[in-house]
Design a protein around this ligand. Structure first.
Ligand SMILES: *[C@@H]1O[C@H](CO)[C@@H](O)[C@H](O)[C@H]1NC(C)=O
Ligand SMILES: *[C@@H]1O[C@H](CO)[C@@H](O)[C@H](O)[C@H]1NC(C)=O
Ligand SMILES: *[C@@H]1O[C@H](CO)[C@@H](O)[C@H](O)[C@H]1NC(C)=O
Ligand SMILES: *[C@@H]1O[C@H](CO)[C@@H](O)[C@H](O)[C@H]1NC(C)=O
Ligand SMILES: *[C@@H]1O[C@H](CO)[C@@H](O)[C@H](O)[C@H]1NC(C)=O
Length: 124
């Protein structure tokens, strides 16, 4: 009877431990994200929401960028900006002036580059 009690105790301990480890492992990717962005764990939801917002705006912007005047975009959640690699700033002004983009202007940063998407693609 005593042996059975010990056995059950041990099994219960293992069960509890494995639950703890499972929970612990689910938390792990968040900590990695915090490290990547150099922020605290409790700031993650805020920056994920910014990232989601930027991705949405990026999805609207991308189809409007042609391959000769632009060289792709990248999102920076920490700065809350979409950086747009730009060759032709006249074209950039026209994009900024579009009705669907105007509301996102303060999220955009057009940065000079000499590599267009067309040029980058032709290298491969
Ligand atoms: C998402 O984007 C909209 C439009 O630019 C802005 O009004 C809103 O504050 C943004 N939300 C976050 C969490 O950045
Ligand atoms: C820059 O864009 C403008 C507006 O689309 C266009 O008229 C002009 O030819 C472009 N310049 C170059 C160097 O491609
Ligand atoms: C922006 O749009 C307005 C009207 O849609 C137009 O009059 C103006 O010339 C445009 N500006 C640029 C820089 O394209
Ligand atoms: C765009 O980004 C560059 C580099 O981070 C910065 O120097 C510049 O002030 C930014 N411009 C705007 C309008 O945010
Ligand atoms: C353009 O691409 C070349 C080769 O990949 C790279 O060395 C250069 O730094 C790039 N220039 C800019 C402004 O991104």
């Amino acid at each position: 009877m005593k042996d059975t009690y010990i056995l059950i105790s041990v099994l219960f301990f293992i069960f509890t431990l494995s639950n703890y480890l499972t929970v612990h492992c689910q938390v792990e990717p968040k900590e990695t994200l915090a490290k990547l962005w150099n922020i605290e764990n409790d700031e993650i939801p805020q920056y994920l929401s910014i990232e989601k917002n930027l991705s949405m705006a990026d999805g609207i912007l991308k189809p409007l960028l042609d391959d000769d005047n632009f060289g792709g975009t990248y999102i920076d959640a920490i700065q809350n900006k979409i950086f747009v690699n730009t060759l032709n700033f006249t074209k950039a002004e026209q994009i900024k002036n579009l009705t669907e983009i105007r509301q996102y202007i303060n999220l955009l940063n057009f940065t000079r580059t000499s590599n267009s998407t067309a040029k980058l693609n032709s290298r491969f």
